[in-house]
Unconditional design. Sequence first.
Length: 545
Amino acid sequence: MKQTKWWKDSVVYQIYPRSFQDSNGDGIGDIPGIISRLDYLKELGIDVIWLSPVYRSPQDDNGYDISDYRDIDPMFGTLSDMEELIREGNKRGIRIVMDLVANHSSDEHAWFVEARKGNPKYRDYYIWREGTPDQVPNALRASFGGSAWEWDEQAGAWYLHLFSKKQPDLNWENPAMRHDLYDMINWWLDKGLGGFRLDVVELIGKVPDRMITANGPRLHEYVKEMSKEAFQKHDIVTVGETWNAGPEEAKLYSAPDGSELSMIFQFEHICQSHTQFGKWKQNPKDFRAIKHIMTKWQNELRGCGWNSLFWDNHDLPRAVSAFGDEGKYRVESAKTLALYMHGLQGTPYVYQGEELGMTNTHFNSPDEVMDIESRNMYHELGELGWSSEERMAAINMTGRDHARTPVQWDDTENAGFTQGTPWIPVNPNYREINAKAQVRDPGSVFSFYKALIALRRDPGWRDVLRDGTYTPLLDDDEHLFGYARALNGKTLLFAGNFSGEEIRLPQKRLPGERRELLLSVYGEIRTEGEDIVFRPYESWAAVCL
């Protein structure tokens, strides 16, 4: 009998270390702070922690610009602290996953320092083009704004950076560079690491001269080689960040033979409302379209790939603010968003504070914005004629800083995050929304997430949720959702209301003559005559009998 991969039964919790827990009063979260909160995460029930980067870095892009892959940045602690986190996590049955940023390094990495000096070995670790300072190689744009090419006076050439100019892109066509990366990956895995989340992995096969960035012709060749040389030598989980992948690409990445990765993050449901201005100007969320997207991914990957399940992360606004109701129905909508996602087939990801129903904050001026992407876009949108009010509205809707405000642990000063001055201000609503108020409250968002996670590992339902069929219900309804998961004669029904209005539904439109409630936002399934009555943001999971 083929053994099930452990990560198919797991729930992953993402930590953005700068904002999780500060242990030394400098206002910045750190690894000892994470260790101090492991028992909280154990109580929540998660199996894996994914850490955003803690490597040594100049912090131009909050750690996604790495200057030393084999060391920890002093702001987060030491390498010994990291090794202790791995050990302490293992004691609690929690694996530690790190971010792997292999598309680019910092311009302060030793490789790039040598490259710009003209060292022939390391020069080819990056992507250079000859020319003159007044003639850019081509029109490629960087994700953070401006040209993707930067003239380097010392090197006398242009180098490619698809993000910040302090993040030069690595040259994956160079086998020596690739194998240096694989050595580093194995070095970490030998320390007991549980795996990696691969940052913008779809860009490593880029062909800049042909204006190809994502999904280049050699992309899967490189991923297969990395998997063979490192990942497949260890029992780990790997997840790739892929903003441009469709189901066919996902089947290659997450093929059951394990030749590439365990799974990917796809963002089609996140980007559903984006316009020609991307995330900076959006149409209203269309939950009917989002359901169709999720159904497509459930059906397309069944038996030939694996889904990751998420609403938010360190790059996205808070889920309850983006998809729910951060005001009157904050608690109810946070629970309903969670129930919808956690009942699907795949591995769920919980972003820090999501389990508390944390919301977006508010920025009054660009001076309050910390994120490099938002700051750059503020200037670029200004050049397109956007007013300051329009640009701040865009940042307040979708800027990355919303996800990066400190975790709200209690109602004391700075929400229990630090005894110093936080590197980014705490959301002012921390006195009402915090972990201390929720952990022992059976009606809290935290307790609901805890129950959802427990349901996924319940021996009676684990196989159904992991391997069961997926049947969409009410797929064309504008506000209601429903789907059934079934295996070996057992059926679980998930249903709910994505709106703030009460909606009636004929009972016959959902399967099951009787329904035994497992989990509910309002504690019951309300019926009136032949109808089920869904209250605002109500959802429930039930056994069909």
